[in-house]
Structure formats: C-alpha cells, structure tokens
Design a binder for this molecule. Structure first.
Ligand code: ATP
Ligand code: MG
Length: 395
C-alpha cells in the first residue's frame, strides 16, 4: 500500500500573487528537512503538497519524515494518507486495511469525504454515507458521532488518485522561511533568544545568528552550547549562518573607560547592536531580533530599550517582549532548546555587570559618555570584521 504525507497550506494560500514564491520556499524547506531520510518526491497541486517516499529507506523513515514535516512553517495542517485507485472497491479495501488499528480502538467515528474530481460518480455526501455504512458493517460496535467523533475517517478524491486518512493534524502554521525577508538574530546561550528565533522564523523570516563571546571570560563550552542551540533551530530556520564575534577587547574597553559603572550594561548592549548592524549590512539583513522581554532585567526597561534602539537604525523585533518567563520556557521546552539553554556556562552579557545597573538610563547621558570613548567605534569595527563565520546545519 502506497503511503504519503499530504500537507495543506495555511495563510500563504491567501497571498495571491506571492503564492508561487511561497510554494517554492516551502518545497525547498521540505526537501531540506527530508535530506538523509531516503528519497522523497515533493510536489504541489491545488494548494496541497504531496510528500511521497520513493525508496525503501524513505519508507522506513516515514515516522521521522512526518515529525520533520510537522515543524515546517507555512503548513497549516497535514495528514498521513494511503493512496488508492479512484474506484469504490479499491477505496473500501484500502480504507479497511489502512485504518484498521484506529477503527478497532475507536468507539465513535464519522466519515468526511471530499470530491475534487467531479467525474467521480458519487458526490461527497453520497460517498461519505456509503463508506460509513461499509465501516459499520465491519465494525458493528462503532457508533456514528458527527459532532465530536473519536475518529474522523477522511477520503479525498483528487485528480490523480484517492487518499484515505484519519483526519488532518495541526501543522506548524506561520509562513515559509524566507518569504518575509532576512534579519540578524542576537543569539545568546540563554532561554529567550532561541525562542525569539523560533517565533520570527515562524513568520517567515530568514535569520543570521550573531553571538558575542569574550574569551577567556567566556569559555569554549559556552560557545559550543550556543552553536548547539543554533543547530537545534535549523529544522525551523533552515541552514543557519552563524557569526561568532570576538568581543573581549571592546568589552574590556567599556569596563575600563566608562565613567558611570551603573550604565555598563546599557552601553554594552548598544555596542552589541552597532556591531550586529555592521554584520547585518554585509548579510543584507533588514532587521534585528532579540529575546528581550519587557522589564525582565534592568537592560529591558522601556528607557533601556529606547537607549538600545537608538544605537542603530534597523527595526528591532522582540517577539518575547510581552511574554512572561514561564511562557517563554514553555515554548523552549516544546521546541527542544530548554535543556541546552539551562547548561550553566557564562555568557558575555553576565560578566563585568555592575551590582546595581541603571534601570532608567538617559539617552543624552549615554551619548555624551560615548563621545568620551575615542576607541570604541574602532574596536567595534574590528570586532565585526573579525567575526568568525560558520553555517549551522541539521545535526
Ligand atoms: P535569559 O534566558 O537568561 O534571559 P537571554 O539570552 O535572554 O537569556 P538576556 O541577558 O536577557 O539573556 O539578554 C537579552 C537579549 O540580548 C538576548 O535575548 C539576546 O537576544 C541578546 N544577547 C544577550 N547576550 C548575547 C550574546 N552573548 N550574544 C548575542 N546576543 C546576546
Ligand atoms: Mg532574557
């Protein structure tokens, strides 16, 4: 019996003229996530994507392929279906064989039929009724429940074939990467920024990760942890460009020359944003993404965020801004980054931090102090130029 994954598009089906490029992006992502899982044929027809195993390895990896497809943004729902000929005999036989486990364990069911091929002799309602009757004759204990059935038996009669499955399941939703453009992601080893990355990838944004490291204050394991986080994000983001910015000299310079220590964190964050902007220019990124959440720490008050934003000219996207930590943690667990994020290695953001950081920094004062730091711009430019590039891929 030929089995297949069918993916149904969400919001993107509405996007009119963009539809073709949306579909192209989606197919490319699907091919990427299926790499290493055997040979798959992926094609689209009438807003449905057919994902079909074409060798034994692919067939044996069908469960893994299904899990990967469920992570692909731009897919509203999907189903695992058995393919049959467009005649009642084959449809009945395939349905009874393919859905036998579900039919034996459910108590209530309904049949939903969709006839896209209008040459099929029965219309949707007749087909559903007919199949419902056949199912009842094989499973006399089953009851029909059209409102809240335990099992929905679905039959779709389409152009090339008919497809039987146990109902659609929710997909990852969102829009396909990279249809919304490209942004720099400030990726730390914390919990928040991987979640921010996932949220923006969900809206179709392609990301370039930028990580600041300050060896020897931060160690190789801290860096390896962030690289692991980047790898963990790739089922959603696709291959992820990753820049490691050597930040030690700039950070030491800030520590040693800053007249007001309680402004250290906000000054450092501005400096990071400027360096990130230089990398964004090189990488054609049109925005920055951070994991900041309002008032989570001193550098994330409104006044501090205003100072950070004013350091550079790109829009700063902060998808976690209105979320509680517990909500962010829930997402981190669901996407599988949490366990890595809580590994206890020092991040450069937590070294040299003053005991009482200013919670209401004044932009005028910040700018005045930067005027008195003649080497700052040069050190930042050098740090950006020395950033080490790697491309993170699926592990
Ligand atoms: P946590 O989950 O511990 O809050 P965090 O990464 O959010 O981790 P914050 O100090 O709240 O840590 O940092 C706010 C944001 O600044 C991060 O979400 C991230 O976008 C950015 N950031 C912090 N440290 C770094 C770093 N070393 N490299 C790149 N970006 C960083
Ligand atoms: Mg945070």
């Amino acid at each position: 019996m030929q089995q297949i994954i069918m993916a149904y598009q969400g919001e993107m089906a509405l996007k009119g003229l963009n539809r073709k490029s949306f579909e192209r992006a989606l197919l490319k992502t699907l091919r990427y996530v299926l790499k290493g899982l055997g040979s798959w044929q992926v094609h689209t027809a009438q807003s449905t994507i057919y994902i079909q195993p074409t060798d034994d390895t692919a067939q044996n990896n069908a469960d893994e392929a299904w899990e990967q497809c469920r992570k692909v943004f731009g897919i509203a729902s999907l189903s695992r279906a058995a393919v049959c000929e467009k005649n009642m005999g084959d449809i009945t036989q395939t349905l009874l064989a393919y859905l036998a486990p579900q039919l034996s364990s459910a108590q209530t069911f309904k049949v939903v039929a969709k006839r896209a091929d209008k040459t099929f002799p029965l219309d949707s309602q007749q087909l559903a009724r007919e199949l419902g009757g056949i199912i009842l004759s094989h499973y006399p204990k089953l009851k029909v429940d059209v409102h809240t059935p335990q099992l929905t038996v679905m039959i779709e009669v389409r152009e090339r074939a008919a497809y039987v499955h146990a109902g659609k399941q929710k997909g990852a939703g969102g829009l396909p990467v990279p249809t919304s453009g490209r942004a720099g992601l400030l990726l730390s080893g914390g919990i928040d920024s991987p979640v921010a990355a996932w949220q923006m990838a969900k809206r179709g944004l392609s990301l370039v990760a930028i990580h600041f490291a300050s060896p020897p204050y931060t160690g190789p394991r801290a860096l390896a942890k962030v690289e692991d986080l980047a790898d963990l994000l790739t089922p959603w983001t696709g291959p992820l460009p990753f820049y490691m910015v050597p930040y030690t000299k700039t950070q030491e310079y800030l520590r040693d020359t800053l007249p007001k220590q309680d402004y250290f964190t906000v000054m450092m964050r501005r400096s990071m944003m400027r360096i990130a902007q230089i990398i964004c220019q090189k990488e054609d990124c049109e925005a920055l993404v951070t994991g900041e959440s309002l008032a989570q720490v001193a550098s994330q008050t409104l006044q501090a965020l205003a100072c950070t934003d004013a350091a550079q000219s790109l829009p700063v996207l902060r998808p976690c801004i209105g979320m509680d930590k517990t909500e962010i943690v829930d997402i981190a667990r669901a996407i599988g980054t949490y366990e890595t994020s809580i590994l206890p290695y020092e991040d450069c953001c937590t070294i040299f931090t003053p005991p009482h950081p200013a919670t209401k920094p004044k932009l005028a004062l910040v700018e005045e102090m930067e005027q008195q730091m003649p080497e700052l711009a040069r050190l930042e430019a050098e740090a950006a130029a020395a950033a080490e590039f790697s491309l993170r891929r699926r592990g």
